[in-house]
Design a protein around this ligand. Structure first.
Ligand SMILES: Cc1ncc(COP(=O)(O)O)c(C=O)c1O
Length: 386
């Protein structure tokens, strides 16, 4: 059999799915497992959003629609960006997509050639490194350090810039650490990108999921017109992971070309899902507020609990719904600990190393579960080390 395309030997999977499979294997043996591995809110999609989808399906709004997104959703996104980022993009700057992930894939497909260098946070969302490898580009992971509260340091970015640097991927609030970038740091990086003629992809999928910190976007400086590309979506804020809806806002010329990728790869994003997206943005925001209040209570419970386990120490994350405790003092590596916790404590979390080499020495807990489950899990973990 002839070889596959070179990139196919380089593309990687995701640790979350590997550990979910391990946990499910335990469940099949009759064990009870408390789940902290998957990054998905445990709240249902709000009723008013579902209602729009039912009505659109009943009204037969089920055919192909514009490849780049329907106009009324793009207008809702214009309003949304104006309210949350302070600038109003043109309709031509917006590309609606089935989820945020294709926004990462399409942006990289559209900008990155083999041999180009791509910078991204480490630990970070695994797709960034995986797609870089798939495209035969060069990974330049930038270490996030606990002593900087896991915020990307502009000096580290500057020191890693070469003439081959093509793209810097930012992510704030961040997966897996829950860190939130300050305006100052983001703007410094955006200025570096301008000085050295580099593109920025700002993955802002957790933009509505903050606790004490304020949200800032690196795309404000050029209003996503020159070199910055904003990525956001509905999966997390509106509990719509399975619906698949996200969007990019970027320079018109790039968005136009990515629209061609859409035509060739997907034709369009599901029609009635886009209508539901309008309801999500324009409708009642109380479900989001209630979810964030619950997440804050859970965050406080998990951070408190993790800090009582010998050898564990956990910073208080400022955004998203992940806790990222250090386990360095235990003397075990992150896979050993994650396996120990799964098999001895019946709790499934992820090894930090699933998010890059700098995630070694940490675990990721997605606290998309009740306070009772969190407290029970912490008790079981503690007891498993006795
Ligand atoms: C940082 C980050 N970007 C993008 C995504 C993908 O979101 P979606 O499910 O909308 O494709 C995730 C999901 O976990 C994420 O954590």
């Amino acid at each position: 059999m002839k070889e596959l395309a070179t990139g196919m030997y380089k593309i990687l999977g995701e640790g979350a799915f590997e550990y979910l499979a391990k946990a499910q294997a335990e469940e099949r043996k009759g064990k009870n497992i408390l789940h902290f591995e998957i990054g998905q809110p445990d709240f249902p999609t709000p009723d008013h959003i579902k209602q729009t989808a039912y009505e659109e399906i009943k009204g037969n709004y089920t055919g192909y629609v514009s490849a780049t997104g329907i106009l009324d959703l793009k207008q809702a996104i214009q309003d949304e960006i104006e309210q949350t980022r302070g600038y109003r993009p043109s309709i031509e700057q917006i590309l609606v997509l089935p989820g945020a992930k294709p926004g990462i894939f399409f942006t990289m497909l559209g900008l990155v050639n083999p041999g180009d260098e791509v910078m991204y946070p480490d630990p970070g969302f695994p797709t960034y490194g995986s797609v870089t490898k798939y495209l035969q580009a060069v990974d330049v992971p930038i270490a996030l350090r606990e002593k900087n509260q896991f915020k990307l340091d502009p000096t580290d970015v500057e020191n890693s810039i070469t003439p081959k640097t093509k793209l810097i991927i930012l992510n704030s609030p961040q997966n897996p650490t829950g860190s939130v970038m300050t305006k100052n740091r983001l703007y410094q990086i955006a200025e570096l990108a301008e000085k050295h003629d580099i593109y920025i992809l700002a993955d802002e999928i957790y933009s509505k999921m903050l606790y004490e910190a304020d949200f800032h976007s690196a795309t404000v400086l050029d209003e996503a017109k020159e070199r910055t590309i904003l990525l956001d979506g509905f999966s997390k804020s509106y509990s719509m992971t399975g619906w698949r809806l996200g969007y990019l806002v970027g320079p018109e010329t790039i968005i136009e070309k990515m629209g061609l990728i859409m035509i060739n790869a997907l034709s369009c994003t599901t029609s009635f899902v886009q209508k539901a997206g309008i309801t999500a943005l324009k409708g009642d925001q109380q479900p989001l507020e209630k979810m964030m209040a619950a997440f804050k209570e859970r965050r406080d419970a998990i951070v408190k609990g993790l800090n009582t386990i010998p050898g564990f120490s956990c910073l208080t994350p400022q955004g998203a719904f992940y806790a990222f405790p250090s386990i360095k003092e235990t003397g075990m590596n992150s896979r050993e600990i994650a396996d120990h916790i799964l098999y001895k404590a019946g709790v499934c979390c992820l090894p930090g190393s699933a998010f890059g080499p700098n995630g070694e020495g940490y675990l990721r807990f997605s606290y998309a579960t009740s306070v009772e489950n969190i407290q029970q899990a912490m008790k079981q973990i503690k007891e498993s080390f006795d």
